[in-house]
Design a protein around this ligand. Structure first.
Ligand code: HEM
Ligand code: HEM
Length: 180
């Protein structure tokens, strides 16, 4: 019997995700090398964040911030469940994944903003802006591998392919103790 699936990630959110990943990798690889492409990719990332903020308020069910942002306490409880190998499966983002999503969105916004500031008369050549831009961009080097490790861990733990779900938009329907 075929496994029942449900729609979780809407098309715009999936385009946002893979577009953002492409933009960040491009901006990273072109930093200090191809300034025009660097700025273009950086602005693309910044624009995608604006789209994501709108989706977070008026988007489909699992795109809404209110659906997946949990309190620090709930996030902590999820992390301790994870250490005991008894964390629940979530159809949307799990609490720890959601915290990483918030970090990645905020980080991209701050890096794009400090990048743009360097093109303005007021902040061009201002050292703290340059340094903030570079330091924040370096945090991606830790955050993105952790994000991917989290995806791999949750995929194995619940025997599903979350990367495929971010492409097709569909996940195995909830059963038993699964949560929203
Ligand atoms: C520059 C690299 C990346 C960035 C900035 C990034 C950012 C994000 C963000 C912001 C979300 C939340 C989606 C939303 O609700 O808006 C997300 C989710 C997700 N990302 Fe990435 N991502 C990156 C790379 C990757 C890669 C390489 C993979 C593949 C392994 C991946 C797999 C996923 C999956 C499967 C989800 C959904 C997680 C879940 O089921 O809760 N991401 N990512
Ligand atoms: C959001 C994605 C972005 C990432 C990941 C990123 C990453 C970086 C990194 C790592 C550097 C340091 C290069 C080095 O000195 O070794 C850099 C420099 C710089 N970035 Fe970005 N950046 C982004 C967006 C932007 C945007 C939107 C702009 C402007 C429109 C911008 C403008 C600059 C400028 C002017 C420099 C200084 C280049 C120099 O040192 O002369 N960046 N960026």
């Amino acid at each position: 019997m075929a496994t029942a699936t449900v729609k979780v990630w809407d098309p715009l959110l999936r385009v946002f995700h893979w577009g953002l990943a492409t933009a960040i990798v491009t901006a990273w690889l072109t930093a200090d090398e191809l300034q025009n492409l660097h700025e273009f990719a950086g602005y693309a990332a910044g624009s995608l964040i604006v789209v994501r903020l709108v989706l977070g308020i008026v988007g489909s069910r699992y795109a809404r911030f209110g659906q997946f942002i949990r309190s620090p306490r709930q996030t902590w409880l999820y992390a301790s469940d994870m250490l005991r190998h008894r964390e629940a499966r979530y159809l949307g983002h799990n609490p720890l994944g959601a915290a990483m999503v918030v970090l990645l969105i905020a980080l991209t916004a701050a890096v794009a903003l400090t990048g743009w500031l360097q093109t303005t008369d007021a902040y061009w050549g201002v050292e703290w802006v340059e340094e903030t831009h570079e330091t924040l961009a370096n945090i991606f080097l830790v955050a993105i591998p952790l994000h991917v490790l989290g995806v791999i861990h949750a995929s194995r733990r619940h025997r599903e392919n979350l990367v495929a779900a971010m492409i097709t938009g569909r996940k195995r329907a909830a059963s038993g103790s699964d949560l929203g």
